[in-house]
Design a protein. Sequence first.
Length: 393
Amino acid sequence: MKADVVVVGGGAVGLIAAKTLAENGLETILVEEHEEIGKPEHCAGLFSIINFRRLGIPFSERYIENKVRGAVFYSPRGRRIELDAGRTVAIVTSRSSLDCFLAEEFERRGGSIILNDKVIEICFSGNHTEVKTRKGIVVKAKKVVNAEGVASFLLRKTLKKTTERRMWIPIIQLWVRDHSLDPEYVYLYFEEYLPEFFAYFIPVNDEVGKLGVASRTKLKTKLDKFIKERFPDVQVMRSVSHAVYTGRPLKPDLDSTFIPIGDVAGHVKASTGGGVIMGGLIAKNICEMIALEIMGESESTGYRRRNVESLLRELDRIAIAMKFLRSLPTKTIDKLFKIIDESSLVSEFSQKADMDFQFTSFIKILTKPQNISKLLLASITGSLETSLLKVAP
Ligand SMILES: Cc1cc2nc3c(=O)[nH]c(=O)nc-3n(C[C@H](O)[C@H](O)[C@H](O)COP(=O)(O)OP(=O)(O)OC[C@H]3O[C@@H](n4cnc5c(N)ncnc54)[C@H](O)[C@@H]3O)c2cc1C
């Protein structure tokens, strides 16, 4: 078989890449090892509306399950902060339905999908690359886009590198019913016994929701503890085990014939493990760049290259900031919650913080002179209160 580009992996980022390539007139073949697109579903499917729109995916009731307007954060010692944007800011989707929707969009533009077969080898020869599958299919292509996800088998074999393995954290996500929370918010729990990653609850409606707990150690025990303490009355409907990435992104060589994208390349926000929007935006830019190159317009790729660099820089900064925040003791995290809560910055965060460009938007808010003084005042008041309590009889 022949194609302009082969995409390995039919997860969200692989499908966004494939759809972009087909949209730009390239003959594209996507190979997915599972029998069906979208299964198994290992995602909470929460996306900010503003950045989801930038992916160019039409909004559809076929995959949107719920719409949310804010988030509620619980500190390790029980402080509660509510961010309310006052309007719908994010969608909760069924990832399985979204992936099927993307696959249809890809096929409608002339793309082909090979299911139930696994890419096992990439051979480079002269001006083309051969992609070999387990069932013996060989595709000659000009470029290979590797979106194999956490597996990293081809990345290791072909480029002899991977993401930071110790920064992948095992996670269990449950679909539960009979919660009693407001479905217009998502809920994040920073528990003392879960120092590596917050636990979350993302409502699908006023009955059902997705609950996730991640930990490198004793995951099942910690999940049970979390449910017992926070959601004692829910009924578990189904569950999935996977891993979320919390490390720094790989910087792919954009001129190579084999380009890793999505989770396999760590194109994920280290704060939340979310990789569909940022990974998808990087993939979209890379694939538009590939299309220009194959059409002989390499000199027009500068804008996309700069976009990729800037997205990777944002992910890198989030990863570095998270490494620092995760190293802080519980007491300090709790203090930070208190300072933010009492600095009257909550409404500004609600309105202006960007769920994806977290580093840039947070720094923009935190470095405004009037906000620096609010934060200083809140921290001084907090310290004074603590000192007074200490000396009080
Ligand atoms: C519990 C959980 C909750 C999450 N919630 C969110 C969220 O709310 N928002 C968000 O943005 N992100 C979320 N994420 C992250 C998100 O799911 C990933 O970033 C996203 O799925 C990455 O897409 P991908 O295409 O790179 O990889 P994947 O979706 O993992 O897809 C990789 C695909 O490649 C296939 N494959 C692997 N090797 C081969 C091969 N050799 N040949 C053929 N096929 C192959 C696999 O079968 C798989 O289908 C969550 C992750 C987890 C685990």
